[in-house]
Ligand binder design. Structure first.
Ligand code: GDP
Length: 297
Protein backbone atom coordinates (compact mmCIF):
# COMPACT_ATOMS: atom_id res chain seq x y z
CA UNK A 1 0.00 0.00 0.00
CA UNK A 2 1.11 3.56 -0.72
CA UNK A 3 2.92 5.51 1.95
CA UNK A 4 3.86 2.43 4.01
CA UNK A 5 7.42 3.47 4.44
CA UNK A 6 6.63 7.17 4.89
CA UNK A 7 4.00 6.27 7.43
CA UNK A 8 6.39 4.14 9.42
CA UNK A 9 9.07 6.81 9.46
CA UNK A 10 6.71 9.58 10.52
CA UNK A 11 5.24 7.43 13.23
CA UNK A 12 8.71 6.86 14.63
CA UNK A 13 9.44 10.58 14.65
CA UNK A 14 6.17 11.24 16.44
CA UNK A 15 6.70 8.47 18.95
CA UNK A 16 9.93 10.18 19.99
CA UNK A 17 8.21 13.53 20.25
CA UNK A 18 5.38 12.17 22.35
CA UNK A 19 7.76 10.44 24.73
CA UNK A 20 9.23 13.77 25.77
CA UNK A 21 7.32 15.81 28.30
CA UNK A 22 8.66 19.18 27.30
CA UNK A 23 10.11 20.12 23.96
CA UNK A 24 12.77 22.65 23.17
CA UNK A 25 12.84 24.51 19.89
CA UNK A 26 15.81 22.29 19.03
CA UNK A 27 13.71 19.15 19.57
CA UNK A 28 11.11 20.44 17.14
CA UNK A 29 13.76 21.39 14.62
CA UNK A 30 15.34 17.95 14.86
CA UNK A 31 11.97 16.25 14.46
CA UNK A 32 11.13 18.35 11.42
CA UNK A 33 14.48 17.50 9.91
CA UNK A 34 13.51 13.85 10.15
CA UNK A 35 10.09 14.63 8.65
CA UNK A 36 11.92 16.35 5.81
CA UNK A 37 14.11 13.30 5.18
CA UNK A 38 11.11 10.98 5.26
CA UNK A 39 9.23 13.11 2.71
CA UNK A 40 12.24 13.29 0.42
CA UNK A 41 12.69 9.54 0.62
CA UNK A 42 9.02 9.19 -0.33
CA UNK A 43 9.97 11.08 -3.50
CA UNK A 44 8.06 14.23 -2.69
CA UNK A 45 9.13 17.23 -4.77
CA UNK A 46 12.10 18.99 -3.17
CA UNK A 47 10.58 22.49 -3.19
CA UNK A 48 7.33 21.16 -1.81
CA UNK A 49 9.20 19.52 1.08
CA UNK A 50 11.15 22.69 1.82
CA UNK A 51 8.01 24.80 1.97
CA UNK A 52 6.19 22.21 3.99
CA UNK A 53 8.83 22.06 6.71
CA UNK A 54 9.18 25.83 6.77
CA UNK A 55 5.45 26.30 7.23
CA UNK A 56 5.19 23.76 10.04
CA UNK A 57 8.23 25.29 11.75
CA UNK A 58 6.78 28.80 11.54
CA UNK A 59 3.41 27.70 12.78
CA UNK A 60 5.01 25.81 15.68
CA UNK A 61 6.87 28.93 16.77
CA UNK A 62 3.85 31.15 16.14
CA UNK A 63 1.56 29.01 18.25
CA UNK A 64 4.10 28.75 21.02
CA UNK A 65 4.01 24.99 20.83
CA UNK A 66 6.98 24.57 23.16
CA UNK A 67 5.06 26.06 26.07
CA UNK A 68 1.88 24.10 25.48
CA UNK A 69 0.88 21.19 27.69
CA UNK A 70 1.21 18.62 24.92
CA UNK A 71 3.89 19.95 22.60
CA UNK A 72 4.43 16.63 20.78
CA UNK A 73 0.74 16.34 20.05
CA UNK A 74 0.67 19.92 18.75
CA UNK A 75 3.49 19.28 16.29
CA UNK A 76 1.71 16.16 15.01
CA UNK A 77 -1.47 18.19 14.57
CA UNK A 78 0.41 20.81 12.56
CA UNK A 79 2.02 18.19 10.33
CA UNK A 80 -1.39 16.63 9.76
CA UNK A 81 -2.98 19.96 8.87
CA UNK A 82 -0.20 20.85 6.47
CA UNK A 83 -0.37 17.44 4.78
CA UNK A 84 -4.07 18.04 4.19
CA UNK A 85 -3.33 21.54 2.81
CA UNK A 86 -0.65 20.10 0.56
CA UNK A 87 -3.15 17.78 -1.05
CA UNK A 88 -5.70 20.52 -1.61
CA UNK A 89 -7.73 20.61 1.65
CA UNK A 90 -11.03 19.70 0.07
CA UNK A 91 -12.37 16.97 -2.14
CA UNK A 92 -12.86 18.13 -5.70
CA UNK A 93 -15.61 16.55 -7.77
CA UNK A 94 -15.71 16.30 -11.54
CA UNK A 95 -17.87 19.33 -12.43
CA UNK A 96 -20.95 18.18 -14.34
CA UNK A 97 -23.57 20.23 -16.14
CA UNK A 98 -27.24 19.74 -15.23
CA UNK A 99 -28.59 16.36 -16.42
CA UNK A 100 -30.53 17.87 -19.31
CA UNK A 101 -27.28 19.08 -20.91
CA UNK A 102 -24.32 17.13 -22.23
CA UNK A 103 -21.10 17.35 -20.23
CA UNK A 104 -18.01 16.63 -22.30
CA UNK A 105 -14.99 15.20 -20.49
CA UNK A 106 -11.65 14.74 -22.21
CA UNK A 107 -9.37 12.10 -20.73
CA UNK A 108 -5.69 12.37 -21.55
CA UNK A 109 -2.42 10.84 -20.43
CA UNK A 110 0.63 8.93 -21.50
CA UNK A 111 0.36 5.40 -22.82
CA UNK A 112 0.26 2.86 -20.03
CA UNK A 113 -0.79 5.36 -17.37
CA UNK A 114 -4.15 3.61 -17.09
CA UNK A 115 -6.23 6.06 -19.11
CA UNK A 116 -8.50 3.61 -20.90
CA UNK A 117 -9.15 1.60 -17.75
CA UNK A 118 -9.80 4.77 -15.77
CA UNK A 119 -12.16 6.09 -18.45
CA UNK A 120 -14.34 3.01 -17.94
CA UNK A 121 -14.03 3.31 -14.16
CA UNK A 122 -15.25 6.92 -14.33
CA UNK A 123 -18.17 5.90 -16.55
CA UNK A 124 -19.18 3.45 -13.81
CA UNK A 125 -19.05 6.18 -11.15
CA UNK A 126 -21.15 8.50 -13.31
CA UNK A 127 -23.68 5.76 -13.91
CA UNK A 128 -23.97 5.29 -10.14
CA UNK A 129 -24.78 8.99 -9.92
CA UNK A 130 -27.66 8.46 -12.33
CA UNK A 131 -25.91 9.86 -15.40
CA UNK A 132 -25.99 8.31 -18.86
CA UNK A 133 -22.39 8.27 -20.09
CA UNK A 134 -21.14 7.54 -23.59
CA UNK A 135 -17.52 6.56 -24.12
CA UNK A 136 -15.89 7.82 -27.30
CA UNK A 137 -12.86 6.01 -28.73
CA UNK A 138 -10.62 8.82 -29.97
CA UNK A 139 -7.35 6.86 -29.99
CA UNK A 140 -6.93 6.26 -33.71
CA UNK A 141 -3.40 4.91 -33.47
CA UNK A 142 -3.97 1.75 -31.49
CA UNK A 143 -6.87 -0.43 -32.60
CA UNK A 144 -6.22 -2.46 -29.44
CA UNK A 145 -7.10 0.60 -27.36
CA UNK A 146 -10.48 0.86 -29.10
CA UNK A 147 -11.08 -2.83 -28.47
CA UNK A 148 -10.10 -2.46 -24.82
CA UNK A 149 -12.49 0.46 -24.39
CA UNK A 150 -15.30 -1.59 -25.95
CA UNK A 151 -14.64 -4.54 -23.64
CA UNK A 152 -14.51 -2.30 -20.56
CA UNK A 153 -17.56 -0.33 -21.67
CA UNK A 154 -19.51 -3.54 -22.00
CA UNK A 155 -18.45 -4.62 -18.52
CA UNK A 156 -19.75 -1.32 -17.18
CA UNK A 157 -22.94 -1.47 -19.24
CA UNK A 158 -21.97 1.75 -21.01
CA UNK A 159 -22.17 2.39 -24.75
CA UNK A 160 -18.91 2.92 -26.63
CA UNK A 161 -18.87 5.11 -29.71
CA UNK A 162 -16.18 4.34 -32.28
CA UNK A 163 -15.45 5.29 -35.88
CA UNK A 164 -12.40 3.09 -36.27
CA UNK A 165 -9.00 4.55 -37.06
CA UNK A 166 -9.52 6.54 -40.24
CA UNK A 167 -11.13 9.72 -38.87
CA UNK A 168 -9.54 12.58 -37.00
CA UNK A 169 -10.07 12.47 -33.20
CA UNK A 170 -11.75 15.87 -33.28
CA UNK A 171 -14.29 14.59 -35.84
CA UNK A 172 -14.93 11.43 -33.82
CA UNK A 173 -15.51 13.60 -30.76
CA UNK A 174 -18.01 15.82 -32.63
CA UNK A 175 -19.87 12.79 -33.96
CA UNK A 176 -19.93 11.23 -30.48
CA UNK A 177 -21.55 14.35 -29.03
CA UNK A 178 -24.22 14.27 -31.77
CA UNK A 179 -24.76 10.59 -31.07
CA UNK A 180 -25.17 11.30 -27.36
CA UNK A 181 -27.70 14.04 -28.08
CA UNK A 182 -29.70 11.68 -30.28
CA UNK A 183 -29.60 8.86 -27.73
CA UNK A 184 -30.37 10.77 -24.59
CA UNK A 185 -26.87 10.36 -23.12
CA UNK A 186 -25.68 13.23 -20.97
CA UNK A 187 -21.94 12.74 -20.45
CA UNK A 188 -19.49 12.12 -23.28
CA UNK A 189 -16.09 10.87 -22.18
CA UNK A 190 -13.40 11.14 -24.83
CA UNK A 191 -10.64 8.54 -24.55
CA UNK A 192 -7.79 10.24 -26.39
CA UNK A 193 -4.56 8.69 -27.63
CA UNK A 194 -1.63 8.26 -25.29
CA UNK A 195 1.98 8.38 -26.42
CA UNK A 196 5.06 7.03 -24.76
CA UNK A 197 6.35 10.54 -24.12
CA UNK A 198 4.87 14.01 -24.09
CA UNK A 199 5.35 15.22 -27.68
CA UNK A 200 4.22 18.03 -29.95
CA UNK A 201 1.89 15.82 -32.01
CA UNK A 202 0.10 14.61 -28.93
CA UNK A 203 -0.36 18.10 -27.51
CA UNK A 204 -1.36 19.42 -30.95
CA UNK A 205 -4.10 16.83 -31.21
CA UNK A 206 -5.45 17.62 -27.75
CA UNK A 207 -5.28 21.35 -28.47
CA UNK A 208 -7.21 20.84 -31.69
CA UNK A 209 -9.96 19.01 -29.82
CA UNK A 210 -10.12 21.77 -27.21
CA UNK A 211 -10.23 24.51 -29.84
CA UNK A 212 -13.07 22.93 -31.75
CA UNK A 213 -15.18 21.39 -29.03
CA UNK A 214 -16.60 22.75 -25.84
CA UNK A 215 -14.75 20.57 -23.36
CA UNK A 216 -16.18 20.95 -19.87
CA UNK A 217 -13.52 18.99 -18.00
CA UNK A 218 -10.05 17.99 -19.06
CA UNK A 219 -8.77 15.20 -16.87
CA UNK A 220 -5.23 13.91 -16.86
CA UNK A 221 -4.46 10.33 -15.87
CA UNK A 222 -0.99 9.74 -14.44
CA UNK A 223 0.74 6.71 -12.99
CA UNK A 224 1.66 7.36 -9.36
CA UNK A 225 4.40 4.75 -9.53
CA UNK A 226 6.40 7.05 -11.80
CA UNK A 227 6.76 9.50 -8.89
CA UNK A 228 8.18 12.88 -9.87
CA UNK A 229 7.86 12.01 -13.57
CA UNK A 230 4.11 11.94 -13.03
CA UNK A 231 4.35 15.39 -11.46
CA UNK A 232 6.36 16.71 -14.40
CA UNK A 233 3.90 15.22 -16.88
CA UNK A 234 1.05 16.93 -15.03
CA UNK A 235 2.91 20.24 -15.06
CA UNK A 236 3.53 20.04 -18.81
CA UNK A 237 -0.04 19.07 -19.64
CA UNK A 238 -1.38 21.87 -17.50
CA UNK A 239 0.87 24.41 -19.19
CA UNK A 240 -0.04 23.21 -22.68
CA UNK A 241 -3.73 22.36 -22.50
CA UNK A 242 -4.91 23.42 -19.06
CA UNK A 243 -6.26 20.50 -17.07
CA UNK A 244 -9.05 20.62 -14.51
CA UNK A 245 -7.95 17.67 -12.44
CA UNK A 246 -5.73 14.65 -12.15
CA UNK A 247 -6.49 11.00 -11.58
CA UNK A 248 -3.62 9.16 -9.99
CA UNK A 249 -3.55 5.48 -10.92
CA UNK A 250 -1.80 2.48 -9.40
CA UNK A 251 -1.63 3.96 -5.93
CA UNK A 252 -2.13 0.38 -4.74
CA UNK A 253 1.36 -0.45 -6.00
CA UNK A 254 3.08 2.80 -5.12
CA UNK A 255 5.08 2.30 -1.95
CA UNK A 256 6.34 5.88 -1.81
CA UNK A 257 3.49 8.25 -2.56
CA UNK A 258 5.55 11.22 -3.74
CA UNK A 259 3.29 12.04 -6.68
CA UNK A 260 0.17 12.10 -4.53
CA UNK A 261 1.85 14.51 -2.14
CA UNK A 262 3.37 16.79 -4.79
CA UNK A 263 0.96 17.13 -7.71
CA UNK A 264 -1.43 19.60 -6.16
CA UNK A 265 1.30 21.82 -4.76
CA UNK A 266 3.35 21.82 -7.97
CA UNK A 267 0.58 22.19 -10.54
CA UNK A 268 -2.30 23.73 -8.60
CA UNK A 269 -4.56 21.01 -10.05
CA UNK A 270 -6.61 18.89 -7.69
CA UNK A 271 -6.47 15.10 -7.53
CA UNK A 272 -10.00 13.90 -8.25
CA UNK A 273 -9.71 10.15 -7.87
CA UNK A 274 -7.10 7.52 -7.16
CA UNK A 275 -6.84 4.16 -8.89
CA UNK A 276 -6.44 1.37 -6.36
CA UNK A 277 -6.32 -1.71 -8.59
CA UNK A 278 -7.01 -3.20 -11.99
CA UNK A 279 -10.67 -3.98 -11.41
CA UNK A 280 -13.16 -1.48 -12.80
CA UNK A 281 -14.50 -0.87 -9.31
CA UNK A 282 -11.04 0.05 -7.97
CA UNK A 283 -11.39 3.81 -8.16
CA UNK A 284 -11.69 5.92 -5.03
CA UNK A 285 -12.62 9.54 -4.57
CA UNK A 286 -9.64 11.49 -3.26
CA UNK A 287 -10.06 12.89 0.24
CA UNK A 288 -7.00 14.90 1.34
CA UNK A 289 -7.89 14.56 5.02
CA UNK A 290 -8.35 10.79 4.86
CA UNK A 291 -5.14 10.44 2.90
CA UNK A 292 -3.27 12.45 5.55
CA UNK A 293 -4.72 10.23 8.27
CA UNK A 294 -3.66 7.17 6.32
CA UNK A 295 -0.12 8.53 6.16
CA UNK A 296 0.09 9.49 9.81
CA UNK A 297 -1.47 6.21 10.89
P1 GDP B 1 -3.55 3.42 -21.11
O1 GDP B 1 -2.49 3.01 -22.08
O2 GDP B 1 -3.18 4.67 -20.40
O3 GDP B 1 -4.92 3.46 -21.68
O4 GDP B 1 -3.50 2.32 -19.96
P2 GDP B 1 -4.45 1.09 -19.64
O5 GDP B 1 -5.79 1.55 -19.21
O6 GDP B 1 -4.38 0.12 -20.75
O7 GDP B 1 -3.73 0.51 -18.35
C1 GDP B 1 -2.40 0.02 -18.36
C2 GDP B 1 -2.26 -1.07 -17.28
O8 GDP B 1 -2.38 -0.51 -16.00
C3 GDP B 1 -3.34 -2.14 -17.37
O9 GDP B 1 -2.74 -3.40 -17.13
C4 GDP B 1 -4.31 -1.77 -16.26
O10 GDP B 1 -5.00 -2.88 -15.75
C5 GDP B 1 -3.34 -1.20 -15.24
N1 GDP B 1 -3.99 -0.26 -14.30
C6 GDP B 1 -4.73 0.83 -14.58
N2 GDP B 1 -5.10 1.46 -13.44
C7 GDP B 1 -4.59 0.74 -12.41
C8 GDP B 1 -4.61 0.90 -10.97
O11 GDP B 1 -5.18 1.82 -10.39
N3 GDP B 1 -3.94 -0.06 -10.25
C9 GDP B 1 -3.29 -1.10 -10.86
N4 GDP B 1 -2.66 -1.98 -10.07
N5 GDP B 1 -3.24 -1.26 -12.19
C10 GDP B 1 -3.88 -0.35 -12.96
Amino acid sequence: MAFDSLSEKLQNVFKNLRSKGRLTEEDVKAALKEVKMALLEADVNFKVVKNFVKTVQERAVGQDVMNSLTPGQMVIKLVNEELVNLMGSETTEIALKPSNEITVIMMCGLQGAGKTTTTAKIAGKLKQKGRRPLLAACDIYRPAAIEQLKVNGEKQGVEVFSMGTSHKPVDIAKAAIEHAAAHNENVVILDTAGRLHVDEDMMGELQEIKENIDIDQTILVVDSMTGQDAVNVAKTFHEKIEIDGVILTKLDGDTRGGAALSIRAVTGCPILYVGMGEKLSDLEQFYPDRMASRILG
